[in-house]
Design a protein around this ligand. Structure first.
Ligand code: PEP
Length: 252
């Protein structure tokens, strides 16, 4: 049985006070959504701790947006996976396209981060996705396959079983342009086939989330597709009602 997950990536938005207000708003409305839907929020590092405290007893889980490649030491400005785990955080988003594009994250970087994530009993939400030119030239299958092979195929079976994948077409992130439900299903099914080629039937249980301008108006159609198990939400996760209404998109 695949888990249905709605994860909110707050990116570099909200102060600690605003973040706690936002999570209180989400918690207050969460009862309106089927209890089988798992809500995750990824605040900035500065208020991970406060948000973890504010989620206690609500069933909402917390993710970090990134972690360091190294365990500890002289890496000014970095935050280690063990620091994150010590706060009671469950997940770490890895390989978001903004990290790949603006901070030069490569598969080699992400392999190191995966090691840190699993060494600290955290769970990765691993993002893949193509840019517009790759979509238009039909290269998107190869791009996504390589992003999976180079990182996910390096995991053990046990690590793979815990991993969540997020497919996020870069051309749809923050652009208001969404992949159609059929486009999402096509690539999600392909991702699952790629995962099966390495991990066999275990890939049937992998939650594959869609991300890219997902909102309350389009979530239900996208989530109705067989291989779409939820969403990684950016802008719409910054308003409690919108985030919750996306969760209401699950019908199956
Ligand atoms: C994201 O950055 O993960 C994302 C999906 O953003 P948005 O929903 O704003 O497109």
């Amino acid at each position: 049985m695949r888990r249905q997950i709605v994860a909110g990536n707050w990116k570099m938005n909200t102060t600690p006070i605003e973040g706690v207000e936002l999570i209180k708003g989400v918690a207050a409305l969460k009862g309106e959504v089927c209890s089988s839907v798992e809500f995750v929020v990824a605040p900035p590092f500065t208020h991970l701790s406060e948000v973890v405290k504010a989620t206690r007893g609500t069933g909402i889980l917390v993710a970090a947006q990134n972690c360091a490649t190294e365990a500890k030491g002289a890496y000014t400005g970095e935050i280690s996976a063990s620091m994150i785990a010590s706060l009671g955080v469950e997940y770490v988003i890895l390989g978001h396209s903004e990290r790949r594009e603006y901070y030069g994250e490569t598969s080699a970087t992400l392999n190191k981060k995966m090691v840190q994530v699993f060494a600290n009993n955290l769970i990765p939400i691993y993002c893949v996705g193509e840019v517009l030119e790759e979509r238009e030239s039909g290269k998107y299958f190869d791009v996504v396959k390589a992003q999976i092979e180079e990182v996910v195929f390096e995991l053990t079976e046990e690590q793979f079983e815990k991993t969540i994948i997020a497919y996020e077409p870069v051309w749809a992130i923050g652009t208001g342009k969404t992949a159609s439900a059929d486009q999402a299903q096509e690539i999600h099914a392909y991702i699952r086939e790629v995962l099966k080629s390495k991990f066999g039937v275990k890939a049937e249980n992998t939650s594959i989330l869609y991300g890219g301008s997902c909102n309350p108006a389009n979530a239900a159609e996208i989530f109705s597709k067989e291989d779409v198990d939820g969403g990684l939400i950016g802008g719409a996760a910054l308003v409690a009602e919108n985030f919750i209404n996306i969760g209401k998109g699950f019908k199956k």
